[in-house]
Design a binder for this molecule. Structure first.
Ligand code: FPP
Length: 224
């Protein structure tokens, strides 16, 4: 059985789900949030220590303003209503990406991180305004500017995922087979599962099926 410390998820398919069921992409995001809740619970049940969720990419700014505002409102209300419970459940929240949202949202994100900083049951990394190319370029630029040696160890220290083990497993829902600028460095040896279901339809059973398949894979990390 493979140890499973870190699951990363590209939660794709909200928009299509929303259009299909309610003729509204935003309805899909709302439904997607329910899946987020289910998957957090199931991650704890499986005693997985890190869960990274791709919630908003650097490219997602190209979406209509109305959809962007809806997503941020959803996130704001989600954190306002759930952060105390997360804290009680010993969950740590970390934002990966650049926090350049409204003052109000930035404040909520920072205070949520601060509140849960010492928790250690599950760490949820919420990727927000996250782009892997930007993250890597930034790290290289920092090393170069500070005349530090460019090697794997040094680079890792300047990634947003500093001190987080690389994902063992990546799941992308929504029947799309691409990485979309997500954790390009960190996913070098992750097992990747593409799931046909749209994110709002993805459930605990689907998640556990993937975890079971993952546990039976022979992971060689380049060896034989
Ligand atoms: C991708 O689906 C999904 C997103 C860009 C947003 C993810 C947001 C959620 C799951 C809900 C909110 C989560 C939090 C943590 C507040 P898409 O819209 O690109 O779907 P499509 O490919 O069908 O258009």
């Amino acid at each position: 059985m493979n140890p499973l410390k870190h699951v990363a998820i590209i939660m794709d398919g909200n928009g299509r789900w929303g259009i299909k069921h309610k003729n509204s992409r935003n309805a899909g995001h709302k439904a997607g949030l329910k899946t987020v809740e289910k998957i957090i619970k199931e991650t704890i049940k499986n005693r997985i220590k890190f869960l990274t969720l791709y919630a908003f990419s650097t490219e997602n700014w190209k979406r209509p303003k109305k959809e962007i505002n809806f997503l941020f409102n959803l996130l704001e209300n989600f954190l306002k209503s759930r952060i105390n419970e997360f804290h009680k459940e010993n969950i740590k929240l970390k934002i990966i990406g650049v926090k350049n949202f409204s003052k109000k949202l930035n404040k909520i994100l920072i205070s949520s991180e601060k509140k849960t900083l010492k928790n250690d049951k599950l760490q949820i990394n919420l990727a927000l305004n996250y782009g892997s190319k930007f993250e890597l370029l930034n790290a290289f630029k920092y090393l170069n500017k500070n005349k530090k040696r460019i090697n794997e160890n040094n680079l890792k220290k300047y990634l947003q995922t500093k001190n987080i083990p690389d994902p063992d497993l990546l799941i992308r829902t929504g029947n799309t087979h691409r990485l979309s600028n997500f954790l390009l460095w960190q996913l070098a040896y992750s097992e990747i599962f593409f799931e046909k279901k749209l994110w709002p339809d993805f459930n605990e059973k689907d998640y556990n099926k993937i975890i079971k398949k993952f546990s039976n894979i022979k992971r060689n990390f380049g060896k034989v």
